[in-house]
Design a protein around this ligand. Structure first.
Ligand SMILES: NC(=O)c1ccc[n+]([C@@H]2O[C@H](COP(=O)([O-])OP(=O)(O)OC[C@H]3O[C@@H](n4cnc5c(N)ncnc54)[C@H](O)[C@@H]3O)[C@@H](O)[C@H]2O)c1
Length: 254
């Protein structure tokens, strides 16, 4: 069912082949957006695009490693040719579900660099590559995906926690520098959110601890957060920029 709230908008979503990114794409498409799904993994990306099209939505796919500067520039230009006005970008791609928990002194520097390149440098490069088309939309919205793991200081993946901490600073600086172009930039910050993707980033003990700490005593799934992404992309949030919305069931209050 299409609600029409995002009719006429073109929105690029990275890391959209699976997990929360696919759920953002589903929700935005349901609300009338033309969605462009971007991901490193070609096969699941094609399946995700096909799934959306089979439901009657407008969806395109682009294979891209967001940490590869040349490819980001090339794909940015290709997207601009296909969609001269891009109204929204959700920087969701991250090294996340594949991370194995370990003490920070055991993380090797290649893994550290990879996490930073995808989670921090990727969003920065992609906003730069799409800037002419975001400007052309005249009222665009960029949503960077953070993580409340930053505020928990969650143990076992310090490179990830540090990378997501950088996302908040990047949002603040981008919001200042792009405000003159009427481009809004915000961070959506999920807490633990269940998807269909298995991962080793939370032990059962940590999960129990998170449930106890949340005000709302259940584990979130993607349906709990996609509406917030839609709100941030939509004109309903047109006076909100440089902010963080925490979708955590009341984990921490800041
Ligand atoms: N699920 C959670 O509990 C949770 C909590 C807080 C924040 N987050 C954040 O939400 C986002 C989505 O989480 P998820 O659970 O769906 O993660 P996920 O690991 O299941 O999905 C990440 C997606 O990003 C893609 N990707 C990875 N590296 C890429 C690259 N270099 N270029 C392009 N695409 C790349 C992957 O192929 C995958 O499709 C991430 O930014 C994550 O950090 C998730």
């Amino acid at each position: 069912m299409t609600t029409g709230k995002l009719n006429g908008k073109t929105v690029v979503i990275t890391g959209a082949a699976q997990g929360i990114g696919k759920a953002y794409a589903d929700r935005l498409a349901q609300e009338g957006a033309q969605v462009v799904l971007v991901d490193l993994k070609a096969e699941p990306l094609a399946a995700a695009v096909e799934d959306l099209r089979s439901k009657g939505h407008q969806a395109e796919g682009k294979v891209l490693d967001v940490s590869n500067e040349q490819d980001v520039k090339r794909v940015g230009q290709e997207l601009g040719q296909a969609f001269p006005r891009i109204h929204g970008l959700i920087n969701n791609a991250a090294v996340f579900s594949t991370i194995q928990l370990k003490p920070f002194w055991e993380i090797d520097s290649a893994e550290w660099d990879k996490v930073m390149a995808v989670n921090v440098k990727g969003p920065w490069m992609l906003v730069g590559a799409l800037l002419p088309y975001l400007r052309a939309a005249e009222a665009a919205s960029v949503v960077n995906i953070g993580s409340d793991a930053v505020w928990m200081g969650k143990d076992g993946y310090m490179h990830y926690v540090a990378s997501k901490a950088a996302v908040y600073g990047m949002t603040h600086a981008m919001a200042r520098e792009l405000g003159g172009d009427n481009i809004r930039v915000n961070t959506l910050s999920p807490g633990f959110t269940e998807t269909n993707v298995p991962r080793a980033t939370f032990t059962q003990e940590q999960l129990n601890g998170i449930m106890k700490s949340q005000s709302l005593k259940r584990i979130a799934d993607t349906d709990d957060i996609v509406g917030v992404a839609s709100f941030l992309i939509s004109d309903e949030s047109r006076w909100i920029t440089g902010q963080t919305l925490h979708t955590t069931g009341g984990l921490l209050f800041r």
